[in-house]
Design a protein around this ligand. Structure first.
Ligand code: CP
Length: 338
């Protein structure tokens, strides 16, 4: 593996889940694999979970870790070619990237969508520049359009909480006061669809395979079909929730699909309409005693109510804890191929 951006990069998900389970039983089983290897984590945006869990994962494997917060102490970076750099940006990414690559063996990138130019965001321009110019394997720590370490941790968490039957997993849009990227829902959809396609045995007896995956959101928030690949969309949130075993809540701004192309990155609805989608006890009562999931950080009272996120069926903490496992598996794959 030279790059980790999409679910296909990891390959066989059943094997990846088995690796995660092996590491959960003994996190330090491969603690010499990364000896004298250095991970560089580059953050263009804030983070709590990704920063800590990926660093911990690297330490589990015996790696050294260096962290660069681009907006806190580094030179301000220009990312576009062909510009006259007479403003506040002192260094171009095209020099900075190979320099960064010279100090490490693997590079992790966090670089969110700007949400103003869909083509630029969906081309994953910054990530691919790191792939091209760092000379090192690169992985996404949430980029403009994807967050695969999160989606892998989500899949691990679902696999750890099996139901007697093939699980119904619902990705629901939920309100937020700011425009947010589509990276988390894109990846969650991509990984759920692929888990279903690969027929993962996610029922308790292992007999039933795959996932009954449903996406629900107000009209205009249709995710890019490259990620949803024909997944069922149910605009009626109650119908979507009925029989759900897992409810995965997340806000995202308009992905700009079809007649909503000009609305890319916007919030489409007024406050009152939006707040009907907050996941509360009334919503959860429609489900099959579903587990509540969210990638965190979460806005209480907007995305979810206090009672739901604090309920015994909420998985937000184990889900975040599993970020260490997803990162350890991914770094292990890189190291084993060096
Ligand atoms: N879920 C997640 O990626 O959290 P951070 O933004 O805190 O890293």
């Amino acid at each position: 593996m030279k790059s980790f951006l999409n679910v296909q990069d990891l390959g066989d998900l059943k094997a990846a889940l088995a690796e995660a389970a092996e590491l959960k039983a003994n996190r330090f089983k491969y603690d010499t694999l990364g000896k004298n290897k250095t991970l560089l984590m580059v953050f263009f945006n804030n983070s709590l979970r990704t920063r800590l869990s990926t660093q911990k994962a690297a330490m589990n494997l015996g790696m050294n870790v260096i962290v660069l917060d681009v907006n806190a102490g580094a030179w301000k970076l220009e990312t576009e070619r062909g510009v006259v750099m007479d403003g506040d940006k002192s260094e171009h990414l095209l020099e900075a990237i190979p320099v960064m690559g010279s100090y490490c063996d693997i590079v992790g990138i966090r670089s969110f969508a700007g949400l103003s130019d869909r083509d630029y965001d969906y081309a994953e321009t910054v990530y691919h520049q790191f792939e091209k110019y760092s000379g090192k394997p690169v992985f996404a720590m949430e980029t403009a359009t994807v967050h695969p370490l999160q989606a892998f941790a989500d899949l691990i968490t679902i696999a750890e909480h099996k139901r007697p039957h093939r699980p119904k997993v619902v990705l629901t849009w939920a309100p937020h006061p700011k425009s947010l990227p589509q990276a988390v829902p894109n990846s969650f959809a991509q990984w759920m669809v692929e888990a279903d396609r690969q027929g993962l045995p996610l029922a308790l007896d292992g007999a039933e395979q795959g996932i009954d995956f449903v996406i629900t959101h107000p009209e205009g928030y249709e995710l890019d079909p490259a990620f949803t690949r024909g997944a069922r969309i149910e605009y009626d949130q109650q119908k979507a929730f009925e029989g759900a075993d897992f409810v995965y809540a997340k806000n995202w701004s308009c992905p700009g699909i079809g007649r909503y192309a000009k609305d890319y990155g916007r919030i489409l609805h007024d406050y009152h309409t939006m707040m009907q989608w907050t996941v509360d006890a009334r919503h959860m009562a429609w489900t099959n005693d579903a587990h509540f999931m969210h990638c965190l950080p979460v806005r209480r009272g907007m995305i979810v109510t206090d009672d739901v996120i604090e309920s015994p069926t909420s998985l937000v903490i184990p889900e975040a804890a599993n970020r260490e496992l997803s990162a350890t598996v991914v770094l292990k794959h890189f190291l084993q191929e060096m």
